[in-house]
Design a protein around this ligand. Structure first.
Ligand code: BEZ
Ligand code: FE2
Length: 405
């Protein structure tokens, strides 16, 4: 048994003082340090030090490790400009992304306190590094392909990757990702959802990310029309906004972005028990706009803040993302938003994906991120804000009770 003794602790959505945690691989007991010492006299005591704040380990629900080699290759500013550059440079980017580059990306997440991440896997190239990392990985095997002629081949490859992730164990949670409404043929999509439903696997999909996607799905026109004529020799979308949404009616899904969703679509998403991944920096860099957080909050839709991959971001540091979210939603109350953002990388994603983490509670996994504030906070209620403003790197990190940092 070990005991962690921080100055402050994030518990039930608030910050408290004078509370310590006794743990093995799970949290055993939460109480005053003296009571824990009495109860476990042989326990190793770890004092977290001055101005320390203990959080449950953070959860980054949406990244693309296979594209971690990108720095100055992909073009930002507009979604189609970016997508064109992905198509043009994909093979080169994938070839140059070796295990060392992916491990470096994973290390950046560890340094920022991420103990669980959701990896969208296009090819399965990163399964080995995900098996080796101490983090827990929701491994979203991605289905992509709009061309009917290739559906069977793409679908068989998808099933092989799903099977490999099921056999991986080592902290890998097998899951599926449908790339998007414009890039996946509905026949394959429906078959993939059946597979996910049968095994109760988590599901994610990019949806209503850019204004161009919305225009294409609504009227078959705009820059996506040019894109599809150029690369796929097609001129019609395969689905509509409402039809695409309806495919997921019986499978609660993590919808990525929804920057271009209107209130009616968000209402539908709320009604069907879905959730959202909010990636503010990716959305800004690809010219996609901003998620309507006010409506998301009003409708009580669970959401995570996530970094997306290095294909559309400059870092996988979760604090960088929280900082940007804090700045971008400038109409929100600063203190309340800071607390909401901390919940969006802890309790909310844990609940969305049914993880036994994301909360400091007895019986939960002993996944901890400990940060140090530069000075003592005058008010407990402001600690979320100060954490987001002043942290780049955690002081220490535990996963299933093991000290990683
Ligand atoms: C496809 O593979 O069909 C596809 C990929 C990216 C964008 C659109 C379509
Ligand atoms: Fe993404």
């Amino acid at each position: 048994m070990r005991i962690l003794n921080p100055n402050y602790i994030y518990i039930d959505g608030d910050f408290k003082r004078d509370i310590a945690i006794a743990f093995n691989s799970k949290i055993e007991l939460i109480d005053n340090i003296e009571i824990l010492k009495d109860k476990y006299p042989d326990a190793e005591i770890i004092n977290c030090g001055k101005n320390s704040v203990l959080y449950p380990g953070f959860i980054n629900t949406h990244i693309h490790l296979e594209f971690s080699a990108n720095r100055t290759t992909l073009k930002y500013g507009n979604f189609i400009r970016w997508l064109d550059s992905v198509i043009e440079n994909r093979d080169r980017l994938l070839d140059s992304c070796d295990s060392a580059i992916m491990e470096e990306a994973i290390q950046e997440m560890l340094n920022s306190g991420v103990t669980t991440f959701g990896e969208v896997s296009s090819f399965g190239a990163e399964l080995e590094v995900c098996k080796q990392t101490p983090q827990k990985v929701i491994f979203f095997n991605e289905l992509i392909g709009s061309n009917v002629a290739y559906i069977d081949a793409l679908y068989s490859d998808f099933l092989i990757r799903v099977q490999a992730s099921k056999e991986a164990k080592n902290g890998i949670i097998p899951a599926i990702a449908i790339h998007s409404p414009y890039s996946v043929h509905p026949i394959a999509l429906k078959r993939a959802l059946e597979v996910a439903k049968r095994d109760n696997m988590p599901i994610s999909t990019h949806f209503l990310e850019s204004p161009e996607e919305r225009e294409w799905l609504e009227s078959g026109s705009g820059k996506f029309l040019e894109f599809f004529k150029k690369y796929f020799n097609t001129t019609k979308p395969m689905t509509t906004i409402d039809e695409f949404l309806s495919y997921f009616d019986n499978t609660p899904t993590h919808f990525i972005h929804l920057t271009q969703a209107k209130e009616k679509e968000l209402e539908y998403i709320s009604k069907k028990g879905h959730s959202i991944a909010h990636c503010p920096r990716s959305n800004r860099l690809l010219g996609c706009g901003r998620l309507d957080l006010e409506i998301v909050k009003d409708l009580n839709i669970p959401f995570s803040v996530a970094t997306d991959g290095l294909s559309s971001n400059s870092s996988l540091n979760i604090f960088d993302e929280l900082y940007s979210a804090l700045m971008i939603h400038s109409g929100e109350d600063l203190i309340e938003l800071s607390k909401l953002l901390i919940s969006s990388v802890t309790a909310q994603p844990a609940k969305i994906f049914n993880l036994n983490s994301g909360e400091i509670r007895e019986g939960k996994d002993a996944d901890f991120a400990i940060v140090k504030l530069p000075n003592a906070p005058l008010s407990l209620n402001d600690i979320a804000l100060y954490t987001i403003l002043h942290t780049k790197k955690v002081e220490s990190l535990f996963i299933d009770g093991e000290k990683i940092i």
